[in-house]
Design a protein around this ligand. Structure first.
Ligand SMILES: Cc1cc2nc3c(=O)[nH]c(=O)nc-3n(C[C@H](O)[C@H](O)[C@H](O)COP(=O)(O)O)c2cc1C
Length: 191
C-alpha cells in the first residue's frame, strides 16, 4: 500500500470516460490519495458513457474533488507536493491548451504545474483520426516532458471485455506515472 502518495486525476471530455473512473478506483486500491478534477465536457461524457450516477460515484471515491473553475485550488500551485497527474481521457481541446501553456481552467493549470515542476504528466489523449494540429500538440507536450499515452488496447493480452481493456489501460497509466510498481498485466513469453 502507498502512504502519502498524492496523485491528480484529470478527466477531460474525450470518449473513454470509464478510463478516468478506473484510474481513480485503482489508485485508491493501492492507497494513493486522489485529487480529482473533471471538465464540464467530462461531466457529459461520464453521464453518456458510464451512467447518470457516474460523477456522484466518482466524487465519493476521490480524496478531494476540485471545481474545474476554481483556479485557486491547492493543486493549482506547484508548492503542493503531488507525485504527478494523469489525464484520463484527455481531449484534443485540453491537449491543445496544455501544449500552448494556456492554464485556462484548473485541469489545464494543474497539468501545466506538473510540467513546470518537472513532474510526471501522463495524457491518455483520445481522438481518431488525428489532424496535424493534434500531432503537433502531442509533439509539443512531449518536448515539455509529458508522456502521451493514447488509450490503445493491449491486444497481445487477448482481452475478452471492454472492462478488461479499460482496467489494463488505467493500470498501465498508473505504472507509467511511476507509482504502480507493475499494476498492469504483463506480456508472458510463450515460446
Ligand atoms: C460524447 C462525446 C464524445 C467526445 N469524444 C471526444 C474525443 O474522443 N476526443 C476529443 O478530443 N473530443 C471529444 N469530444 C469533444 C470534447 O468534449 C469537446 O471538444 C470539449 O470542448 C472538450 O473540452 P475539455 O477539454 O474542457 O474537456 C466529445 C464530446 C462528446 C459529447
Amino acid at each position: 500500500m502507498m502512504r502519502n502518495v498524492r496523485v491528480i486525476v484529470g478527466i477531460a471530455g474525450a470518449s473513454g470516460a470509464a478510463l478516468g473512473v478506473s484510474v481513480v478506483r485503482q489508485l485508491r486500491e493501492v492507497g494513493a490519495e486522489v485529487d480529482l478534477v473533471a471538465s464540464a465536457a467530462a461531466q457529459r461524457t461520464l453521464k453518456e458513457e458510464v451512467g447518470p450516477d457516474a460523477w456522484d460515484h466518482l466524487k465519493a471515491q476521490a480524496s478531494q474533488v476540485h471545481d474545474v473553475h476554481n483556479i485557486g485550488a491547492s493543486i493549482a500551485s506547484g508548492s503542493v507536493p503531488v507525485a504527478g497527474m494523469i489525464v484520463a481521457p484527455c481531449s484534443m481541446r485540453s491537449l491543445a491548451a496544455i501544449a500552448a501553456g494556456l492554464d485556462d481552467n484548473l485541469l489545464t493549470r494543474a497539468a501545466g504545474v506538473q510540467l513546470k515542476e518537472r513532474r510526471r504528466l501522463v495524457l491518455l489523449a483520445r481522438e481518431a483520426p488525428l489532424t496535424l494540429a493534434h500531432l503537433r500538440n502531442m509533439t509539443s507536450v512531449t518536448e515539455m516532458g509529458a508522456i502521451v499515452m493514447p488509450p490503445v488496447p493491449a491486444f497481445y493480452l487477448n482481452p475478452t471485455s471492454v472492462n478488461q481493456i479499460v482496467d489494463q489501460l488505467a493500470a498501465r497509466a498508473i505504472d507509467v506515472l511511476g507509482i504502480g510498481g507493475g499494476l498492469a498485466d504483463q506480456w508472458q513469453e510463450t515460446v
